[in-house]
Design a protein around this ligand. Structure first.
Ligand SMILES: O=C(O)CCC(=O)C(=O)O
Length: 298
């Protein structure tokens, strides 16, 4: 979620932030209860997968599909239990100077803790406290475990937490996004710097699992459009004016409680506001590394 408003160190010096090691390779659209596809050639579309496999992840990485939905990854009871646990987990707002409307979250996000050339030391303290608080919540089933399991089964390999200077990052923010988001993209290479993680990645995906959805609204739209330097002309805070995606194909998904949604976070995406209720999700980024591992961070 939200990238930042201020100029990003390394950003312009890395015009080719689309990545890095390849050896292989509005608003009306955002409507509740609609899974719409504004596609002209049928490629960039939503795929529903009862069983996720590695081809889904590779196709997302390559921009061949817009999103993969896994229905009912978490049972309703697990979603309710996690929402209750949230009442006692420490929560904070994303930096309100750049994320408006405000978004409450549990767990630190790397892009909220960057300094000119590194990570604010406070991040490491918050990451460690969030991990401890999560363990103390003793959720069963643990949503993080279910999310990591689906990925490791698909990839046939253990999924590792991304590290920075050998220190584990935090993965698994829980966010309440009731008022929607701006159209934005998430790219750690852009927001921090291409070599910030110890692992080199060739693609960045986002995995969200919805613990609660609003009564109306709350759809996620993904556009077939990555960031280009000229998009800075339409920047607002962490995102962009809708004009940036005006001519792009899009897919709009209204997830149900318990569903998982995977998409390529380097493509522009946005969440529409809900009219009532709460829209709460647990999320992390998934990196496909240059040596074909999966890593996660938030
Ligand atoms: O909640 C969602 O569906 C998407 C959230 C989002 O904007 C993100 O993961 O960057």
């Amino acid at each position: 979620m939200p990238a930042a408003a201020r100029p990003i160190r390394g950003f312009l010096s890395h015009p080719s932030v689309t990545i890095r090691c390849f050896h292989r390779s509005l608003d009306d659209a955002r409507k509740r209860d609609v899974v719409s596809m504004n596609t002209s050639n049928g490629r960039f579309k939503l795929v529903t997968a009862q069983v996720l496999d590695d081809r889904h992840l590779r196709r997302l990485a390559g921009g061949d599909v817009a999103a993969v939905r896994i229905p009912s990854l978490l049972p309703d009871g697990a979603c309710r239990q996690t929402i209750s646990a949230l009442e006692v987990l420490p929560r904070e707002l994303y930096d309100v100077t750049r994320v408006h409307p405000p978004i409450v979250r549990f767990g630190p996000a790397l892009n909220d803790h960057r300094t000119d050339d590194d990570i604010d030391p406070l991040y490491w303290t918050l990451a460690s406290s969030a991990r401890t608080a999560w363990l103390h919540a003793e959720l069963s089933p643990d949503p993080m475990r279910s999310m990591l399991k689906v990925l490791s089964t698909a990839w046939n390999q253990k999924v590792e937490v991304a590290t920075i200077d050998a220190r584990p990052t935090f993965a698994g923010v829980i966010r309440e996004i009731n008022a929607g988001t701006l159209v934005h993209n998430d790219s750690i290479a852009q927001e921090l710097r291409p070599d910030i993680l110890d692992q080199q990645i060739s693609a960045q995906l986002a995995l969200n699992v919805y613990l609660s959805v609003g009564a109306s609204g709350g759809a996620t739209t993904i556009w077939r459009r990555r960031w280009r330097p000229e998009d800075e002309a339409s920047r607002i805070s962490y995102g962009h004016k809708d004009i940036v995606v005006a001519d792009a194909q899009s897919v709009t998904v209204s997830p149900a409680v318990g569903d998982a949604l995977l998409f390529n976070s380097e493509y522009y995406h946005a969440v529409s506001p809900i009219r009532s209720g709460r829209r709460v999700s647990i999320a992390f980024f998934v990196g496909i590394t240059c040596d074909d591992q999966l890593i996660v961070w938030s």
